[in-house]
Design a protein around this ligand. Structure first.
Ligand code: IMP
Length: 427
C-alpha cells in the first residue's frame, strides 16, 4: 500500500490532526489538497503543542516531504508566518513544496467573505472569514491569481490589474467601501512570491513520482464530508471537496493510484458554524462533552456545537468516500458518561429513514432515532490494545463499525501520539 487518503466523516474537527500526525510517522510524503487556512489542527509532539493551518503536520518529522497541492487556496502571509513559526521552533521547512497552480487568497477575498456574511445576517453561513469561499469563487469564475503568477512579474501585473479593477469597482460601487491600492498589493505579493520561491513546484509531478516509486504518500483532507460543497449540508458547507475524490482532483492524482481511504470519526459529533445538526445536544450533557473535549475552534476559537454520534451521517460518509477503514477518535472524552446514545436512523413525517435526506429542509426537520448504550466510566487513555478496553467501550466501537459497515482500523484514546490503538497495518 502506498497511497492513503484520510478524510473527516462529520463536520470537520474529527481529530484528523492527531490521526494524520500518527500516520505521518510512517509516510514518506504528506499532501494537503483542498481548503485553506480555514482548517486548523493542534498536534502534540513530546511536551510541545503545534498549531498549524496550512502546512501539513508531517513537517514535524525530519524525513517526511510535505506538499501543498493545487487544490488548496493559499494565503501567502499565513503560509510564510507558519514557516517562521516552525523555524522559530527549530523545525526545518526545506522539504515543503507548494503548487504553482494553487490559487492565492488575496486581501479582497477576506473583505468579501465578511461582506457576504454581514449581508446574510441571521442566514449567515458562519464562515471562518479567512477568504476561502471568495477565493474558490474567483477560481471557478476564472478570476483567480495563482502562486506561479507571482514568479512572472509582467504576467502578475497584467492579471492583477484586470482583476483588481473589477474588485475595486464592486467594493466602491456596490458596497461603498475603500478601494485597494494596486501598487501596494502588487509590490507586497511580488515580495511574497520571492519569499515562497524555494517552495514553489509542479506538485502533481512530484506526488505521482513518489507514488510510482512505491513511497508511502498520505493525503490529508481538511474539514469533513458534511462540509463538502456537493455532498454536505449545502449551503452550510465550505467551498471545496473534503471527500476522498477531492484528493485526486486537488493533488492531480488518478483514482486508480489510491489504495486506502480512512474515515476519521469522532466518538461524538461537533460542528462549528450554522446549519442543521440532527443529533445536537443543547443540554448539560452537551456542555459537559464540550468542556471535557475542549471543543473550541482552533482557527476561530468559537465554541463548537456538540451532539451524539450520528451513524446516518457516517453511512453517508462511508458511501461518498468509499471508506476502507474507520479511525475513531476522542473515545476517552466520553469516559465519564454512564450512558451514551447513537443515532441510527431518522424519523421524518411518519417514516423512519436510514439514508441521509438529500434536502436541507428535510434534514432540518428530522428527529433522530437513538440507541442507548452503556458507558464505561473509567479512564481509557492508558489502554493500547483493543482487548484491554472496558467491554462497554468495545461494544460501542463494534456497534459503530457495524452500523457504518466499515471495519475499524484505529482508535484514539488520548491526545498523545502514543495514545493510539491500531488494528491493522495502515499503509
Ligand atoms: P469557510 O470554509 O470559511 O468558507 O466556512 C464555511 C463553513 O465551513 C463554516 O460552517 C465553517 O465553520 C466550516 N469550516 C471551515 N473550515 C472548517 C474546519 O476546519 N473545521 C470545521 N468547520 C470548518
Amino acid at each position: 500500500m502506498s497511497a492513503v487518503i484520510v478524510v473527516g466523516t462529520q463536520w470537520g474537527d474529527e481529530g484528523k490532526g492527531k490521526i494524520i500526525d500518527f500516520l505521518s510517522e510512517q509516510a514518506n510524503m504528506v499532501v494537503r489538497h483542498q481548503g485553506g487556512n480555514n482548517a486548523g489542527h493542534t498536534v502534540v509532539s513530546g511536551d510541545r503543542e503545534y498549531k498549524l493551518h496550512l502546512i501539513p503536520s508531517g513537517i514535524l518529522y525530519p524525513d517526511t516531504d510535505c506538499v501543498i497541492a493545487s487544490g488548496v487556496v493559499v494565503d501567502p502571509r499565513v503560509l510564510l508566518d507558519e514557516v517562521d513559526y516552525l523555524h522559530q521552533r527549530g523545525i526545518q521547512t526545506d522539504r515543503l513544496r507548494v503548487s504553482s497552480e494553487a490559487h492565492l487568497i488575496m486581501p479582497y477575498h477576506l473583505v468579501f467573505d465578511s461582506l457576504a456574511e454581514d449581508r446574510l445576517g441571521s442566514q449567515k453561513l458562519g464562515t471562518t472569514l479567512r477568504g476561502v469561499g471568495p477565493a474558490y469563487m474567483d477560481k471557478a469564475s476564472r478570476m483567480g491569481v495563482r502562486i506561479g503568477d507571482l514568479l512572472q512579474p509582467e504576467v502578475f501585473r497584467d492579471r492583477l490589474s484586470r482583476v483588481l479593477a473589477e474588485k475595486n469597482h464592486l467594493l466602491s460601487k456596490a458596497y461603498g467601501r475603500d478601494e485597494f491600492d494596486f501598487d501596494a498589493m502588487f509590490t507586497q505579493y511580488l515580495a511574497y512570491g520571492e519569499a515562497m520561491k524555494p517552495y514553489i513546484a509542479n506538485t502533481s509531478v512530484i506526488i505521482n513520482q513518489a507514488i510510482d516509486a512505491g513511497r508511502r504518500v498520505l493525503f490529508e483532507g481538511a474539514q469533513g464530508t458534511m462540509l463538502d460543497i456537493d455532498h454536505g449540508t449545502y449551503p452550510f458547507v465550505t467551498s471545496s471537496h473534503p471527500i476522498a475524490g477531492g484528493a485526486c482532483i486537488g493533488a492531480g492524482v488518478g483514482p486508480t493510484k489510491i489504495d486506502q481511504v480512512y474515515g476519521v470519526v469522532k466518538a461524538y459529533t461537533s460542528r462549528v458554524g450554522d446549519g442543521p445538526f440532527p443529533s445536537e445536544l443543547l443540554d448539560s450533557v452537551g456542555d459537559g462533552i464540550r468542556e471535557e473535549g475542549h471543543e473550541y475552534g482552533t482557527t476561530t476559537g468559537r465554541p463548537r456545537r456538540i451532539g451524539w454520534l450520528d451513524t446516518v451521517v457516517l453511512r453517508h460518509a462511508s458511501r461518498v468516500n468509499g471508506l476502507t477503514g474507520l479511525a475513531v477518535t476522542r473515545l476517552d472524552v466520553l469516559d465519564r458518561l454512564d450512558t451514551l446514545k447513537v443515532a441510527v436512523a431518522y424519523r421524518y413525517g411518519g417514516d423512519v429513514v436510514t439514508e441521509l435526506p438529500d434536502s436541507l429542509e428535510r434534514l432540518s426537520s428530522v428527529e433522530p432515532v437513538y440507541e442507548t448504550m452503556q458507558g464505561w466510566q473509567r479512564s481509557i487513555t492508558e489502554v493500547r490494545r483493543l482487548e484491554d478496553l472496558p467491554s462497554a467501550a468495545r461494544r460501542y466501537l463494534d456497534r459503530i463499525a457495524e452500523l457504518a459497515e466499515v471495519p475499524l482500523a484505529l482508535v484514539s484514546v488520548g491526545r498523545e501520539r502514543t495514545s493510539t490503538i491500531t488494528l491493522q497495518p495502515l499503509f
